[in-house]
Design a protein around this ligand. Sequence first.
Ligand SMILES: [Cu+2]
Length: 394
Amino acid sequence: MFDGFNSFPVGQKRILGWMIIGILMFPGMLGQAHAALLEGVMSEWEELIAGKVAEKGEKLVTGNFYTAEKPNAHGPIGMMGEHTHDKGEFMFSYRYMHMFMEGTRNGTNSISNAQARALVPTPGPPAVVPTSMLMEMHMFGFMYGLNDTVTLTAMVPYLRNTMNHEAGATFATKFTTRSEGIGDIRFGSLWRLWAVEAPSIGAHRFHANFAVSVPTGDTEPRDKTPVSNPFATFRLPFPMHLGSGTYDLYPGFTYGGEKGRSSWGFQSIGTIRLGKNAQGFARGDAIQVTAFGAYEIIKKWLSGSVRFDFNHWDDHRGTDPGITGQAGPPVQTAIPTRLGGERLDVLGGINLLLPEFMGFETRLAVEGGVPIYQWLQGQLETDSIVTFGWQGVY
Ligand SMILES: [Cu+2]
């Protein structure tokens, strides 16, 4: 996906990474007249649109990113960085994500445990087959409107992974492994680009997303398994890791629209891994493209949403000999060239806005869905994704 970028030497990538982080850290140096970065640059468009709405007797408003309090002023809770804040606003959030995977998929087909095992080459004992996995993530988020251009963001994840397996010639041995702990902490910023609105065309807002994650998550989790030495712990394969081990960049672009009780949005975010981690590999680069529509069902209280979320992620680059070189039967989740995939999910969501209390605006939201398309290379397929969330704006 980002092959051009991957061909850069690692040193250059590091320098590029630090340059971008540097830009992130000094948004205060902006002193331009417009809060939205592309205002003025887009003046020809603005004049064109202003002319159209003037025919209806309306005046075009530019540079307004503020949305009146309504439940769908924020996007579905499964999205992040989809709204910006005005200067001085704080937002705290907590999300709980529950993702359940069961059965193996190769290409777009579900396959049996015996077929999954046959995909894993082994000179010795037959491969272990993962049968299901639960990924739970608690996410603590923070947003702050530094000025009317830049919103700063931070996110601390806490993960718990549980994977069930079957092993042995007749799949008679069943066992579970777990990993749990803090994931990769992410720091970011949202940059307001351009906004226009008029009664007949609604509001249209554009911002850029930029974030970087630091490798705070464990890339060497261990647990006991009955298929190796039963008295020793085993280095768990890649999907059980709590972080990437690399500094990762997340550049992106977001558009949000609103008219009357309806709102809609589009967002695309990339994931670029800088270099390789201490174990000698990098997770695959990735891209996410998501689009939603929402409607305010009960005014000022409740909105519903439908979202399509597409994700593509590449295979790992390199491998970790500490995982692949272990004694015992092999497993599909330890093959780095089989970990790339693609998925399209459809999700339904509800946002609930509670009445403002002492200047504090509280929201509760839920979003859940299922994949409608999945392409994998002999890995566990996703069955369901649910996210609950709480947000408080002060
Ligand atoms: Cu926010």
